[in-house]
Design a protein around this ligand. Structure first.
Ligand code: NAP
Length: 360
């Protein structure tokens, strides 16, 4: 009973003096869901001092408090200028200052280390730095060694506690032996559903309509996004891999890679035959197909389609579930398995919020 009474008091105090000043970069699907969360009591300690999409930004308090901010930024606001956003952050009295990156923009990600070095915290759903080139990742580690915090829970599994678990195990002296799983919500859905009864292209069109794939499904089918997630996890586990050390099997045939999106979408049927053949072969042996990411003890990393036996853990996934199976020196007879919805705006935005609140 007392907890029920205390909570609103804490919330109103926090509203009077927000402890965290935040700039939000990206007001798309995830950024939009984050803006909605900012209007809940859980986020009372956060004051938004700037928000931007790729073309416009806003730093005026009244406009930022507008519940239609995301929509309005599409047509109104100042021209994009990172320096002015940082100025708004700098001039706020809060002790904790954070830049939240809800974009997929490589140029912005390349500035994360610089922002940390300048004394800001960074919370990100953007994988481009931690899952990108090794020099960029090393620069991030160097900046973090000087202080500042990097909230990256949203980058893998949309906030499922996989990054935090890997870090915790390592902190306790445990070592990752193998990591295996399904790291993509869209590829999870596609291969959880695909049973040869309908063409893969029909299933892919449906997944796209449901918003499970990127507008250009090649971003999912290429395996590159899964490879970035595997790099992030491998690096958390102590394997400082380069991107070219991850073997990636793309499901997009060479002939479809350079097309514009519309042309690609009009030729999806070209995906059908090779996948139908692989599915039939797997089925004849009692197995099925799953798009897996794998890392072994020697740091060998691979992303691609795998024929798995009927009792494989990845055959017990639903919808767009992600799954991460970790074998370690201490979890060695059975893997530690983390599974659940690994995509979606609400859970991803919540992962961002959790990382921001953890800064205070
Ligand atoms: N969707 C999910 O379920 C999910 C799950 C986990 C992680 N993520 C990650 O979250 C990030 C965002 O995903 P999303 O689905 O929200 O993408 P989205 O809907 O395409 O939104 C991206 C947003 O970033 C903005 N943007 C691009 N470049 C920018 C720049 N230089 N400065 C400021 N804003 C910029 C875009 O602006 P415009 O509107 O002007 O183009 C847009 O508002 C991605 O890195 C994605 O991989 C997404």
């Amino acid at each position: 009973m007392s907890a029920v009474l205390i909570e609103p008091v804490q919330a109103s105090r926090a509203q009077a003096a927000p402890a965290i000043a935040a700039v939000l970069l990206g007001t798309g699907v995830v950024g939009g869901a984050f803006l909605k969360l900012l209007n809940t009591p859980a986020a009372a300690s956060i004051r938004l001092v700037g928000a931007a999409n790729s073309r416009r930004q806003q730093t005026q308090g009244e406009q930022l408090a507008d519940r239609a901010l995301r929509e309005k930024l599409k047509t109104h606001g100042d021209v994009r200028n990172d320096a002015l956003l940082l100025e708004a952050l700098e001039s706020h009295g809060a002790t904790v200052k954070v830049i939240i990156d809800a974009t997929a923009c490589g140029t912005l990600a390349s500035r994360h280390a610089e922002w940390l070095a300048r004394g800001y915290h960074v919370v990100t759903a953007n994988k481009s730095l931690a899952g990108g080139d090794l020099p960029g990742w090393r620069a991030l580690q160097a900046a973090l060694a000087q202080g500042g915090r990097y909230g990256d829970s949203a980058t893998v599994g949309a906030g499922l506690p996989v990054i935090s678990t890997l870090r915790r195990l390592r902190h306790c002296g445990d070592a990752l032996l193998t990591l295996e799983g399904v790291f993509s919500g869209s590829l999870s859905y596609l291969f959880n559903q695909y049973d040869g009864s309908q063409p893969f292209s029909a299933l892919l069109r449906r997944a796209r309509e449901l918003g499970y794939t990127e507008p250009d499904p090649r971003s999912d089918l290429s395996g590159e996004d899964v490879a970035r997630k595997l790099l992030i996890l491998a690096r958390c586990a102590g394997f400082a891999l380069r991107p070219d050390e991850v073997e990636v099997e793309s499901l997009v045939p060479e002939s479809l890679r350079q097309l514009d999106v519309e042309s690609f979408l009009s030729r999806l049927e070209e995906l059908d035959e090779p996948l139908a053949t692989r599915y039939a072969e797997a089925k004849a042996r009692g197995g099925s197909l799953r798009f897996l990411a794998r890392l072994n003890q020697r740091g060998r990393a691979r992303v691609g389609l795998v024929e798995v036996p009927a009792n494989h853990p990845a055959t017990r996934l639903y919808g767009t579930d992600n799954q991460f199976a970790l074998s370690t020196t201490r979890y060695n007879s059975q893997p530690l398995v983390i599974q659940g919805p690994g995509a979606g705006p609400e859970v991803t935005a919540q992962a961002l919020l959790g990382d921001v609140l953890a800064l205070a």
